[in-house]
Design a protein around this ligand. Sequence first.
Ligand code: NAP
Length: 493
Amino acid sequence: MHLPEACDFVVFGGTGDLALRKLLPALYQCVVEDRLPADTRVIAVSRSELDDDAYRSQVRLALAEHVSPEHHDLGAVERLLSQLHHVAVDVEDDHDWHTLFGMLKDRPGAENTVRIFYLAVAPSLFGPICRHLGQGGLADAPARVVLEKPIGHDLASARAVNDVVGSVFDESQIFRIDHYLGKESVQNLLVTRFANTFLEPLWNSHSIDHVQITVSETLGAGARAGYYDRSGAMRDMVQNHLLQLLCLVAMEPPIEIGGGREDVRDEKLKVLQALRPMRPEDVDRDTVRGRYAAGWVAGQPVPGYVEELGEAGRDSLTETYVALRAEVQNWRWAGVPFYLRTGKRLDRRASEIVVVFKDAPYDPFRQREGATEPNRLTIQVQPEEGMRIHLNAKEPGPGGYRLKPVSLDLSYANAFDKRSPDAYERLLMDVIRGNMTLFMRRDEVEAAWAWCEPILRHWESSAMPPKTYPAGSAGPTASFTLIERDGRSWQES
Ligand code: NAP
């Protein structure tokens, strides 16, 4: 692939956790692999009074911490550091901007240079940043702006964020990141579905019984409990990551993937629009929200969420766990439930999609020993990336048929002798190249909020606390009832 043109990559919030832990290590890998032209500048912005050298020292330490030792290349570190700059700007102060603007405008060939503005700051700062960039004449194409979650905490606030950014940047310049879409296994789901023929005839309600999407974390809210309490699992995980995964499973084949067209985003939007709306009685029946109590994780006692919150915990009704049953109302998926669940402080760290096929229509092995299981396709998103097909097989041996479930494993690590890049590496290069396929469009984000909002509203109006589950467990009992009452069970790979 050809090297992109040099650009100015401005990171607002360049001293923050996201920048130091994710963005700079991703840019470092781009340097290692010669994908970042040497005359690209990475300009970090924060209020801290740091000169370039002081900022470079911070980044050197961050790379030492966040890049694994076997991928540490001192030459590449120095190359990246030489491309880094820091400019102190309080983005809420009208008078602080001239140094940054001067740097961007005085560059030779500035009028044709792509400028990327990555907003790794609180969403309340998106407005002031965009306004200043617009007033400074820096928002015209080929400028691009990258937004991180959260994009709003409900439909109205998401629209407000989109309006503020959209008043300065055109939608074709706005890259909304959902880092799940940058994961190799998630993109491989598109390849598996649309570059192979064997699945497509089965990928519908005739052959598929149901789909499960799980994002399970062992970490708790911990020191970030105060911040987390304003969102909760529904806003933090379901509205974006889980619904995006659902879209990729359920979408129709797009005309083109990876080019400059809108097909993938158009098809994902149609899925979101086809989700069965949740009425209050549906919310009561088809959703479960939970909150971890004290328990044990990896042999250590850990406090409950309410204790982590301290004083504020007394009044909190925030959920750290959600399970729900969704339906996509269209020809392909009518009658196929999509069970989604996500939570903190659970018994395992795993993100996976399990597609469970229907039982064979007839069982000729009536004299067999051993039970058969429905076929399953499991797409593992983390910690390991890969794919597994579960089949029934004959156990070797004479006399009769002993059947046993076995799995065909495609582990990325084993199949490809290559480092699996972090999601941000892929996504940052897509921003630099101007490829929007893996970024959420405004209408997608708002359609996802429109579906989630009645659930959130009904939970709020009921004023019932979430159901508790012990830290280190598999979630609240009600989440098992949710799926078991349909005669199904959660699949643990
Ligand atoms: P953080 O560690 O608190 O960093 C915030 C950054 O913003 C710092 O560099 C801070 O630097 C800068 N900043 C704050 N006020 C500023 C101002 N008035 N003018 C200029 N710079 C200012 O936060 P974070 O964890 O990196 O998260 C940043 C955003 O990304 C948040 O909206 C978060 O929700 C989102 N996000 C984060 C992650 C993650 O993994 N951390 C993941 C997804 C989304 P100074 O204080 O020196 O000004």
